[in-house]
Design a protein around this ligand. Structure first.
Ligand code: AMP
Ligand code: MN
Ligand code: MN
Ligand code: MN
Length: 274
């Protein structure tokens, strides 16, 4: 089975439209997919219109930008009600706040003498003017201010840079609660990117139900470590590539079969189905 439970479309900072992503996945023989755009389910909802053409199983998903103390924590959610009002409101607030924040980042660049135009950034924005740092990075490269994504982040857009402006984020515990109220399964995304593994125990106390153990860039050691935590705490194990388009593509990544088994069993359990 080919499974990928973590992918982005151009409704956030991915390069492909939902239709192109499905086509690509279908042609590459994926059976189970979850579109997990940052703070939006609109790409997932659009993709649903193409499932008669590319009939793979698409699981409702989203990757939410949350805040724990001062750290940026990405929480994946699966199988929630996409029309749940509280969830929709939370996502809209986070999504919409990006626009003003991106404008501030561009102003900061301008103050340092980098003459990047706001219109040039907008050209790369996703649907509904979604702008993340990757879009600003593309604009910097295309306009000759930098050569590579790495140099953009190393020199300008990293979290410690004076240019950086944090995003609006919701508290991790609150996001977990909202996901559960919407019938969804909250999962800690790419734990290998957390500042401290001990944070996982805080999230377990908050009621997280899964860990993204099989993240494409986790090492074998990290996978073993997170597998053990998941087993000890009765959490489901999920996995995905975090595909953003060709620049970030992990060729033919597939999460192990147990990911779909555990995700579905959690989903059925929540609905009282044995
Ligand atoms: P934002 O949500 O606007 O703060 O942007 C975060 C996104 O920027 C991440 O999801 C990555 O896609 C990208 N990103 C962050 N740091 C780096 C980095 N050092 N190199 C390349 N891409 C990065
Ligand atoms: Mn991203
Ligand atoms: Mn993430
Ligand atoms: Mn992601």
């Amino acid at each position: 089975m080919k499974i990928d439970l973590h992918l982005h479309t151009n409704y956030s900072d991915g390069k492909l439209s939902p239709e192109k992503l499905l086509k690509f996945a279908w042609e590459n023989h994926y059976e189970f997919l979850s579109i997990t755009d940052h703070d939006s389910t609109l790409g997932y909802q659009e993709a649903c219109n193409f499932l008669s053409v590319y009939p793979l199983e698409l699981i409702p998903g989203v990757e939410i930008s949350t805040n724990y103390q001062t750290t940026d924590v990405h929480i994946l959610a699966y199988y929630f009600d996409v029309n749940n009002e509280e969830l929709v409101d939370m996502l809209k607030k986070i999504y919409d706040s990006r626009y003003g924040r991106a404008k501030q980042i561009v102003q900061n660049l301008n103050q340092l003498g980098i003459d990047l135009q706001w219109e040039d950034v907008l050209k790369y924005a996703g649907k509904h003017k979604y702008i993340g740092r990757p879009h600003i990075a593309r604009a910097l490269i295309e306009n000759g201010f930098c050569k590579t994504i790495k140099s953009v982040f190393d020199n300008y857009l990293n979290n410690d840079s004076p240019i950086y402006v944090p995003k609006y984020r919701i508290d991790t515990a609150h996001a977990i609660e909202i996901i559960k109220n919407a019938g969804g399964i909250p999962v800690v995304a790419h734990p290998g990117r957390l500042e401290d593994d001990n944070l996982l125990y805080e999230f377990i106390d908050m009621g997280i139900e899964g860990i993204e153990v099989y993240y494409a860039s986790h090492s074998t050691g990290q996978i073993k470590f997170y597998e053990q935590i998941a087993l000890e705490h009765n959490l489901i194990r999920t996995g995905g590539s975090d595909f953003h388009g060709s620049d970030f593509y992990y060729l033919n990544y597939s999460a192990p079969d147990i990911c779909i088994k555990e995700l579905k069993s959690k989903y059925n359990h929540k609905r009282g189905i044995k």
